[in-house]
Design a protein around this ligand. Structure first.
Ligand code: MG
Length: 339
């Protein structure tokens, strides 16, 4: 009997509007994917589409039936199924990764192991996660920083016209470690000019200062920077990594960009081959999507998996980042249940 795929719409809402250099919103809709085998095992995944990478709720809902057609009847054939998914419909990373995650959840459940242990990893080796403070008024930024008092490392969204003011506001209420994500908001020269400012405020890491294809900008920044510079929007799949060698210190993997759990593991292998740091990030998604990424965090250096922690209500219970520490559930598969 072929594997069957069904979907469910998830309505998510962030506690505060989540604003980055490209804009923001507070309501998000994602799609839960469920894949069932003959024995009644069920695997789950989540598709969190972002327009920046060419996907919307509509494209996800159009893509999933195409993927359902090529699942076949043996979920254990992960490599072959993922090749068929990519051949059926190329990019569509958020939709495709939901299927990939559901298959991995299913096979790890059949094996009676958490996905992390199925891969041979130690869940206790998961690093701490940052918590993100989006752009906002000075008063709201202070409120958000105080609300996030449990998290020892904060990630700040810059790349607007009030960057210094935001850093001053945050430093007026906390001396915690700060990392910065400019989401392509600066030019190379602007980013170089910002480096002493970041240093003045004790920022320890800089993510995606410039536009995705501005590798010359990255090289210029890296020549001046004393903190690691990480590529996010510039690094979608493993194929992007060779061109980034020498231009950045590391890459940020997101499942909704790379389209498959197996691709995420390949990205880690390729980055390590080149001596790069590895970070894992997320979209605004529920604990279902976040938990899938949490299972491979024992392999990475930097974690930013706050997508579900930013929600006012989370439909699932799974991996948590309470107190900043990533905790991977030990139940079979993803170890995710409905709240
Ligand atoms: Mg980023």
């Amino acid at each position: 009997m072929p594997l069957t795929l069904s979907t469910e719409l998830l309505e998510l809402r962030t506690r505060h509007p989540f604003i980055i250099a490209r804009g923001g919103q507070s309501e998000y809709r994602t799609v839960m994917v469920k894949i069932t085998d003959d024995d009644g095992h069920e695997g789950w995944g989540e598709a969190a589409a972002t327009r920046f990478y060419g996907e919307t709720l509509d494209t996800v809902q159009a893509a999933l039936p195409r993927y359902a057609d090529v699942l076949g009847d043996d979920p254990q054939q992960l490599e072959a199924i993922e090749a068929r998914l990519e051949a059926a419909l190329g990019r569509n990373a958020a939709a495709r990764v939901a299927v990939s995650v559901a298959l991995h959840d299913l096979v790890a459940k059949r094996a009676g192991l958490s996905l992390c242990r199925y891969w041979g990893l130690d869940p206790a080796a998961a690093p701490q996660s940052t918590f993100t403070i989006g752009m906002d008024t000075a008063e709201m930024v202070r409120t958000k920083v105080l609300e996030a008092s449990d998290y020892p490392v904060l990630k700040i969204k810059l790349g607007g016209d009030r960057d210094r003011e935001l850093l001053e506001t945050i430093r007026s209420v906390t001396d915690r470690e700060l990392r910065v994500d400019a989401n392509c908001g600066w030019t190379g020269p602007q980013a170089v000019a910002m480096l002493p400012v970041l240093e003045e405020f004790g920022v320890t890491l800089l993510e995606q200062p410039v536009a995705p294809h501005d590798l010359e900008g990255f090289r210029r920044i890296r020549r001046h920077a004393r903190i690691p510079v990480i590529a996010d929007e510039s690094c979608v799949t493993a194929r992007d990594i060779p061109a980034l060698v020498g231009a950045v210190d590391g890459i940020n993997i997101k499942l909704a960009k790379c389209g498959s759990l197996r691709e995420a593991l390949r990205m880690i292998a390729v980055a390590r081959t080149h001596g790069m740091m590895v970070m894992v990030g997320c979209m605004i998604e529920s604990s279902l999507g976040i938990t899938a990424a949490a299972h491979f965090t024992p392999l990475v250096d930097v974690v930013d998996l706050d997508g579900a922690a930013l929600l006012s209500q989370d439909p699932f219970v799974g991996a948590t980042i309470d107190g900043g520490q990533v905790r991977i559930p030990d139940g079979a598969g993803l170890g995710v249940s409905r709240r």
